[in-house]
Ligand binder design. Sequence first.
Ligand SMILES: *Cc1c(COP(=O)(O)O)cnc(C)c1O
Length: 428
Amino acid sequence: MTTISKNDQLFERAQKTTPGGVNSPVRAFRSVGGTPRFITRAEGPYFWDADGKRYIDYIGSWGPAIVGHAHPDVLKAVQEAATRGLSFGAPTEGEIEMAEELVRLVPSLEQVRLVSSGTEATMSALRLARGATGRDKIVKFEGCYHGHADSLLVKAGSGLLTFGNPTSAGVPEDFVKHTLVLDYNNVAQIEEAFANFGDEIACVIVEPVAGNMNLIKGTREFLQALRDLCTKHGALLIFDEVMCGFRVALGGAQELYGIKPDLTALGKVIGGGLPVAAFGGSTALMSKMSPVGAVYQAGTLSGNPVAVAAGMTTLKLIQQPGFYDQLSASAKRLADGLTAAAKDAGIPFCADAVGGMFGLYFSETPPNNYAEMMAGNRERFNVFFHHMLDEGVYFAPAAFEAGFVSAQHTDAVIDETIAAARRVFVQL
Ligand SMILES: *Cc1c(COP(=O)(O)O)cnc(C)c1O
């Protein structure tokens, strides 16, 4: 007699009332196949599914769980905030503290506006860039994800300097005809784009460390070229640090590279697991936002007091001495250990890490752009993913995603992962 797992039962039930059974597509295991795990609770580096199986969690809610799940200080702050009321629709001192903290920690920020999701942050930053420059065209890079706003769900057009095509049904061609999609880390292309459209480009938006096409680091040369070209042509540079902010370094990628964008989008870590995101830049630019300026943007739950309490407590915890040294060492230990294990098994594989983010690649060398990432051996990743899941290790359920460690991923936890991978690699 076979018993149907609780995960299978929940998945079947979920699909009746929710499209694909999930509220965000990457959770659905479409890329790797099989039944998504329904999570019942999480603590430290672990979470547990509906069948009671424990996993070492390497997605950390896709970045926010940087101090580990259910950190006692974060829980206490959330509980205390909740007892004072859940939402007021009027300003609070907590929002000032959060803004002050973000401005103090992120090099290019003088003012921020709090919102509730990364999508809102990038969408609003784009509107501000267009409003401030009076230009319509924007540049993005293939494989970078900036949330699901219409003008950002775009892939490259048929020719290099033709404007983009929608990647989603329901996005009018008219909305994406202003979006130019270029190759990541390609300096020649961006130079050509500015040579052709320099005085029409409102902004360039980029993930300075890309985490939505596996992990791909922007080269210093590429990011500096973006900075120089934007300055020269009066366009704004937007760093989408929703994922890499407070992940690759305390001051984000802009601190790591020493390059200041005009606008920055933040999210994920700054909410510590609750919905907080932000965008910001100079006071001069941010003064163009409503109610001071003419660029409209608003949100009923923006700066929500409970979410801000979780975010502020997380921001305090990551400023403990040595936090990023330990986080980086953990991600590197994992990347190096997996690489060595694959080598011993004779599997073409490599891994890379920056701060608390890592990438796993079934290829000889790390990719530099979307096309190189897509050329990796995805079938082998999918087999690896499922074997690791059986071993109690939860990596991102797609070969296109970065991974994340938290401060609770101790050497023992990492070594347990590597030991499991050694058993798995020899079966691939
Ligand atoms: C996750 C992410 C977003 C979207 O944030 P949501 O909170 O999911 O809307 C935008 N940009 C980047 C780089 C992200 O990783």
